[in-house]
Design a protein around this ligand. Structure first.
Ligand SMILES: [Zn+2]
Length: 230
């Protein structure tokens, strides 16, 4: 089995890469955010439990998230492994995941980090501008207006929402990066981290991710299945 943890800051391209990589490797893409929505929608026992916390505006405890995750990993399509997206988000979750997989004589085989410098992340996340009159959406990099600051369609001024301003984005990102760096360090210490440069074109990033994942899978089949040897 190959369990792959996909790591990356918001804006690093994880959301783009995860489904492509899943198709390429023939492994299911298991995103914890999707699991929550599905469990709540289906009204499963664990979903109802999760909903109790969400309705009170509280974070769903890691124990519930892990239970949901393990249920998902027990499905037939995950028999050969899975790509985990959105979990673990912090050190405590990384420890819980390690213990839970160890109980099943399994482990995380490789953690793939899509790395993009912080300044570039801020640039990617804060480039959104909206036309004041009709809400037409522009992006400084991917879809810039012909005349800076004016809407192409109605010449109305373009404004930025508070959430999309670079200072707001940078502040939010700093908090998220702290937790991410801890998780990255966790897998680095265990010799499981592979870092991929996320500034390259999408197809090149996919190729690098797939190559690192396949190398890890080959290591796994080549070594004796002791599990916690390293
Ligand atoms: Zn407009």
């Amino acid at each position: 089995m190959t369990f792959l943890v996909l790591l990356g800051a918001p804006g690093a391209g994880k959301g783009t890469q995860a489904p492509i990589l899943a198709a390429r490797l023939g492994l299911p893409h298991v995103a914890t955010g999707d699991l929550f929505r599905a469990a709540v929608h289906e009204g499963s026992a664990v979903g109802l439990e999760a909903r109790r916390y969400m309705e009170r505006g509280q974070l769903v405890p890691d124990s519930i998230t892990v239970k949901m995750l393990l249920d998902r990993l027990a499905q037939p399509d995950a028999a050969l492994g899975a790509i985990l997206d959105g979990f673990p988000r912090n050190l405590a979750q990384a420890d819980i995941l390690e213990g839970a997989l160890a109980d099943r004589s399994s482990r995380v085989n490789v953690a793939l980090e899509i790395e993009v410098p912080e300044a570039e992340l801020v640039r990617r996340l804060s480039g959104r501008w909206i036309c004041k009159a009709n809400g037409h959406v522009y992006n400084e990099t991917s879809h810039p207006p012909r005349v800076p600051g004016r809407c192409d369609l109605d010449d109305s001024p373009l404004i930025q929402r508070e959430d999309d301003r670079s200072e707001t984005v940078a502040a939010r990102l700093t908090a998220q990066l702290t937790a991410l760096r801890e998780v990255v360090g966790y897998y680095q210490e265990r010799g499981l981290l592979r870092t991929i440069d996320g500034r390259r074109p999408v197809a090149e990033v996919t190729a690098a991710l797939a190559a690192a994942a396949l190398a890890a899978a080959a290591d796994e089949t080549g070594s004796s299945p002791r599990g916690a040897g390293n």
